[in-house]
Design a protein around this ligand. Structure first.
Ligand code: ATP
Ligand code: MG
Length: 400
């Protein structure tokens, strides 16, 4: 229940006001002495004060000021005498809630009290809501903090994993390089010695071993390249490259494999030659990697097109195929090291066969090589079975 303090030097008025205050649902306490009233106010929890203006000991203005200084939210209703309009205006200036002129009607007083009660209830409700909101905010903040901590931890784990992958590549490529050189040179000697003596089936076997060594060599090369790119090892050469000529070379290299797969490989180059200052070997690696992916991930008889365009401040090479494409989810991962979409178990082996599984390093190498020269690669697909488009873009200036 809301406590109301009533102050008037006329006891009858105190009683009358208390009567109506009770009817309005308040718990009134009346005083004829304003000083005693203030004492009681300091001790009690009063939300409404109804006071007369002219009282011996302390006038209503002073009392109102005192009350506001103790509890600013208190609603004050002032009861003024006849002709005290000036006082009433003063009262309004002092942030009192209402004033009522004597003699007042019960209805006037009740209305004023009820409105004050409504205001108090609303304010309390607001306070509670604000408190709840603050609590909710705190909970949310806490949750955000927790999630951020979790994410940071996950990120650290991922960084560690990436670091481990790099270390693994470094180890494996280092361990493989020496024995591989031995096998490679041994193979060369064996081949020259046995070339004439070997029968057909032995020759076939020799060929298979040679192909295996070649594949192993390319795997080790891939590993070395990604290490180079990650640690920005090795110098980036700066040659003046004709992109038209470079794409003709790429076309020559890839068309052999596309031919084996009966794919239609088309290369459209602009008449005006496009020149770029950059690392030719790395550009070649990027484009061959992406074109060989197009060959691998497009069924036999499919279509692959390579095109080149001048985009003003940059040039764009677009490699488009009508192959297996990829999902939006897969798109997020294809540039990551060792990532291969689809089930690796179903990949065939080899370098150009349909869905041939490699190491899953080609695109990560291409991306790093492109970024080293200020370029970027954009991968797009309308979904599985709907082909893919890889756009390689390099600004004419701005090497990193
Ligand atoms: N043109 C494409 N169409 C559909 N999927 C593709 C295409 N190019 C790449 N991908 C997907 O992205 C994955 C990663 O490609 P990336 O070149 O890095 O690896 P890879 O070709 O499998 O192996 P590597 O290049 O190391 O021999 C591929 O395994 C394949 O799932
Ligand atoms: Mg590849």
């Amino acid at each position: 229940m809301i406590n109301a303090l009533i102050v008037d030097d006329e006891e009858n008025i105190v009683k009358l006001v208390a009567h109506w205050a009770k009817k309005a649902g308040l718990n009134p306490q009346g005083f004829t002495n304003p000083l005693e009233a203030i004492e009681a106010f300091e001790k009690g929890d009063f939300k409404i004060v109804i006071t007369d203006l002219k009282m011996p000991g302390m006038d209503g203005h002073k009392l109102a000021r005192k009350v506001k200084s103790i509890a600013p939210d208190t609603e004050i209703i002032i009861i003024t005498g006849h002709g005290d309009l000036e006082d009433a205006i003063d009262a309004m200036r002092q942030d009192v809630y209402d004033f009522i002129r004597k003699p007042f009607l019960a209805k006037e007083l009740t209305q004023s009290l009820e409105q004050a009660v409504d205001k108090i209830i609303l304010r309390e409700e607001n306070k509670r809501l604000l408190h709840d909101l603050k609590d909710m905010n705190k909970t949310l903040e806490k949750q955000v903090e927790e999630r951020t901590r979790e994410l940071t931890l996950k990120n650290k784990e991922l960084e560690k994993l990436d670091d481990l992958k790099s270390k693994f590549i470094a180890c494996v490529s280092h361990e493989l390089r020496t024995p591989l050189t031995q096998v490679d040179s041994g193979m060369f000697v064996l081949n020259t010695v046995l070339e004439k003596k070997a029968d057909e089936s032995e020759k076939k076997l020799l060929h298979i071993i040679q192909m295996g060594v070649k594949r192993l060599n390319s795997v080790v090369q891939h590993m070395t390249k990604i290490l180079q790119a990650e640690y920005r090892d090795g110098l980036l050469s700066q040659e003046n490259i004709s992109i038209n000529r470079l794409l003709e070379e790429v076309y020559k290299e890839v068309s052999y494999f596309a031919g084996l797969r009966k794919q239609n490989l088309d290369c459209r180059l602009p008449e005006k030659e496009i020149f770029f200052k950059g690392d030719k070997g790395k550009l070649m690696d990027i484009l061959v990697n992406i074109c060989m992916n197009a060959v691998k991930f497009t069924p036999d008889g499919g279509k692959i097109s390579i095109s080149l365009e001048d985009a003003g401040t940059s040039f764009r090479t677009v490699i488009k195929d009508n192959g297996i494409g990829f999902t939006e989810e897969e798109k997020l991962h294809i540039f990551k090291k060792f990532y291969e979409a689809g089930d690796v178990m179903y990949h065939s082996s080899g370098t150009f066969q349909f869905k041939a599984g490699g190491l899953g390093l080609g695109l990560s190498i291409a991306k790093l090589f492109a970024e080293m020269q200020g370029g970027k690669i954009i991968a797009e697909s309308e979904g599985p079975g709907k082909g893919s488009i890889f756009t390689v873009e390099f600004p004419y200036s701005q090497m990193s």
